[in-house]
Design a binder for this molecule. Structure first.
Ligand code: ADP
Ligand code: MG
Length: 740
């Protein structure tokens, strides 16, 4: 017997071959197939007489008629099959043409009734339908059972060999048989409160809607449901954590005052506020889960250092504490950043007798009593386990096997985007106490996303830049101004300033970009790739192209444009120590121009750099461009961001203009959301957030509603025992989605 759980290969219309194709997009059972929703619709709902159709040239309409003539021929070039049909109704007759579907001539017979839908076109022999959608009917006026025409027709995201027409043919009979059996997954009270369609009705209306209003109502239900599931997921994690215990680390006011007094600058109000929120959280026995957001250069590291100091030293000194020193783990995404943090944190905490360790893939270092020395990995791990390292800074090496903290009280994550529960679990092993968690990011997260994907974290925002900063001047450089920009760069370098040149990462199309810039000296030539094609992944074969194109650019800059300047390349294929050496040379002023792919994206601090020049700027998202720009303007010198573009389309212009006009990462992220849609948000693709939820992400009201609903349900029934269907859906959902 076939049920919702039946494997699709057992469905006669599907079979093994199609089942294989469908599995590629995750469809395994009848239920999966019913939940494979269309991406859009064709509106073929206007059925008109043939006479009227002939007066609607260029419009999309649907007509019904009887076949009075069929002909199958070849075009003059011989390789195209042509099926020509003439149909008529009471009012007129009209020709219909299909290309390369020779079976049509065989499947239709004269006197058959068919319904066709498509654009009314004008050809040499008059008005006709060119390759319309079609289906056989029993007679004119038979509209009840239309699937491919005469209605709003679902169009699915098609993959090779699986057409929308085939999906409609398979899904419709299954809907008739099984739709009623789909169990309602949303709690009754929610359906009632929001007047949602019941699930069976919603599934039906999504596939074969009676009207666009019906389709929208069905979509609204599933958008809600998917966001609701995300909320349940995050909130459940949050609850799980709240019943755990963490080290309470009382605030040591004297210690913190000494720390701020020793700084060479005043903390901004924002920094103070955020630090306070964090220190307050640390006092509790409930594990902190806080996200510290702040634009590049807003000074997150100092805030983190304060928290770390209070945990390691404040706690020991405090009468309220156990007197045992606690440890801090500080994780950075790259070796360069780990080293930078190691240096600046050791520097800041020098007067406090804190021992800071650093562990990356290759290096282990310890800073103790004012001195830094290299140690073996073995002695590092030993010290860590004995509690002789207070703060351990490092890359992912910190969470590998064999790394054991004596008493870890706080984990700080820089630019990790998401910290998996798994990793936190890894750090605590079997310990009873859970460390507090402080996650930091310069990626502006729009409110909707903060409330969903990051919904388990509390939020602190540094929304103010240190006072000594000048606003970076951002300029879209027209092709004819390229020379001028180069001259400007020469003058800046003559004053001892540093320049970044960012060259987009390469896919095959982008090597054309290199070509365009090379042969035309930067004259605009559309190279015809979509702006969204920018891929943050560096596949090794692409990386080879990347290096090649970068080298070409390097040749050009160093031989033709700036023969007198010291230019160096930096790219993803280089080994970490080499990258680090180059960054250091650049920092020290031994390199004038650093040409690189997007490796400089995160957190590297080079105060002497004042120009950020970006080639192919249209290939990056606004948030990312904003991040690049944040590499300069890290001192009191005036800095500049030059945007070069090879695709001057209006949309790109609009985006780049937004960057010129705004210096606010949040505004820009919201703008990207508005212009390019939620898919442009950093990380959303990787998370695998389902489509419906993704669309819902641009709707703050919806997000807030789902959050409130999830809270309400979990407060009543934290384990969802009273909602077995919902619980089941959530389990499936968790398998599909991966917040990493
Ligand atoms: P980010 O938030 O991007 O991680 P950092 O913490 O690296 O920023 O800080 C960038 C630079 O600004 C560092 O050199 C830091 O010493 C400096 N800085 C931080 N806070 C202030 C402040 N309140 N006033 C002046 N400079 C500051
Ligand atoms: Mg930083």
């Amino acid at each position: 017997m076939i049920t919702l759980a039946t494997k699709i290969e057992e469905i006669p219309r599907v079979g093994v071959a199609y089942a294989k194709k469908l599995k590629k997009f995750g469809i395994k059972t009848v239920q999966d197939l019913l939940f494979y929703f269309p991406a859009r619709y064709d509106d073929f709902s206007q059925i008109v007489s043939i006479k009227e159709a002939k007066q609607r040239l260029g419009e999309t309409v649907c007509v019904q008629g009887q076949i009075i003539q069929i002909e199958s021929t070849h075009t003059f070039k011989k390789f195209m099959n042509l099926t020509q049909v003439i149909i008529q109704d009471d009012t007129a007759e009209i020709g219909v043409v299909w290309f390369n579907q020779p079976y049509l001539a065989k499947s239709f017979k004269e006197d058959d009734f068919i319904c066709v839908a498509g654009k009314v076109s004008l050809g040499k022999e008059g008005i006709y339908f060119n390759s319309p959608a079609y289906e056989r009917i029993n007679g004119i006026g038979e509209n009840e059972e239309l699937t491919h025409t005469g209605r709003i027709v679902p169009v699915y995201a098609e993959t090779r060999g699986v057409t929308s027409r085939w999906l409609r043919y398979v899904i419709k009979p299954l809907l008739y048989r099984f739709c009623e059996q789909i169990a309602e997954s949303l709690p009754k009270e929610i359906i009632k409160q929001h007047k949602f369609l019941p699930i069976q009705e919603a599934v039906w209306q999504l596939h074969f809607p009676e009207s666009f209003e019906h389709a929208d109502a069905a979509k609204a239900r599933f958008s809600f449901e998917e966001l609701f599931l995300i909320q349940l997921n995050v909130l459940k994690e949050k609850i799980k954590l709240m019943v755990k215990k963490a080290h309470a680390c009382p605030m040591d006011a004297n210690l913190l005052k000494k720390f701020t007094d020793d700084l060479p600058f005043q903390l901004t109000n924002s920094q103070k506020k955020c630090a306070y929120a964090i220190l307050k959280d640390l006092e509790k026995t409930v594990p902190m889960s806080r996200l510290l957001e702040g634009d590049v250069g807003s000074g997150k590291t100092v805030v983190a250092a304060m928290a770390a100091l209070n945990v390691t030293k404040g706690f020991a000194a405090s009468a309220k504490g156990s007197g045992e020193p606690k440890q801090v783990a500080f994780m950075a995404p790259t070796e360069i950043l780990a080293k930078q943090h190691f240096k600046s944190v050791s520097e800041m905490l020098k007067p406090f007798g804190v021992t800071v360790g650093m562990l990356t893939g290759k290096d282990a270092r310890i800073f103790r009593d004012g001195e830094t020395f290299e140690v073996s990995k073995k002695s590092f791990t030993g010290d860590l386990e004995n509690g002789q390292i207070d703060i351990a800074i490092g890359t992912h090496s910190l969470i590998q096997k064999g790394i054991i903290f004596k008493d870890l009280a706080l984990v700080i994550l820089d630019e990790q985007h998401r910290f998996g529960v798994e990793q936190r679990d890894h750090l605590i092993k079997n310990k009873k106490l859970v460390p507090h968690l402080l996650s930091m990011t310069a990626t502006p997260i729009p409110r909707t996303l903060a409330l969903t994907a990051y919904g388990d974290l509390d939020l602190s925002l540094i929304d103010e830049m240190p006072a000594n900063r000048k606003k970076i001047k951002t300029i879209i450089v027209e092709p004819q101004q390229r020379k001028e920009a180069y001259e400007f760069i020469k003058n800046e370098v003559a004053e001892g300033k540093g320049v970044f040149v960012i060259f987009p990462k390469i896919d095959s199309a982008a090597s054309k970009l290199a070509e365009t810039i090379k042969t035309k000296g930067g004259v605009v030539g559309s190279v015809g790739f979509a702006p969204q094609n920018y891929s943050p992944l560096s596949l090794s074969s692409l990386a080879i192209n990347e290096v090649k194109a970068l080298k070409e650019e390097y040749e050009k800059l160093s031989k033709e444009v700036f023969p007198d300047l010291r230019i160096t390349m930096l790219h993803g294929k280089m080994k970490a120590p080499e990258k680090e050496r180059i960054m250091l040379d650049f920092k020290k002023g031994e390199i004038d121009i650093l040409l690189s792919t997007s490796v400089v994206e995160v957190g590297v601090d080079v105060p002497r750099a004042t120009i950020m020049m970006i080639e192919g700027a249209e290939r990056f998202g606004l948030s990312q461009l904003h991040q690049f720009r944040g590499r300069v303007g890290r001192s009191d010198m005036q800095s500049y961001c030059f945007l070069f573009t090879t695709d001057p389309s209006m949309l790109n212009r609009k985006r780049l203009k937004a960057l010129v006009e705004s210096n606010n990462g949040f505004e820009l992220a919201e703008k990207d959301l508005e212009i390019r849609g939620p898919g442009s948000l950093y990380g959303t693709q990787q998370w695998g957030i389902p489509d419906m939820a993704m669309q819902g992400l641009s709707n703050i009201f919806l997000v807030e509603k789902t959050r409130a609903a999830a809270k309400e349900i979990l407060e009543k029934d934290p384990k969802l025992d009273k909602y077995p269907e919902l619980k089941e859906r959530l389990k499936e959902f968790q398998k599909r989605i991966h917040f990493e």
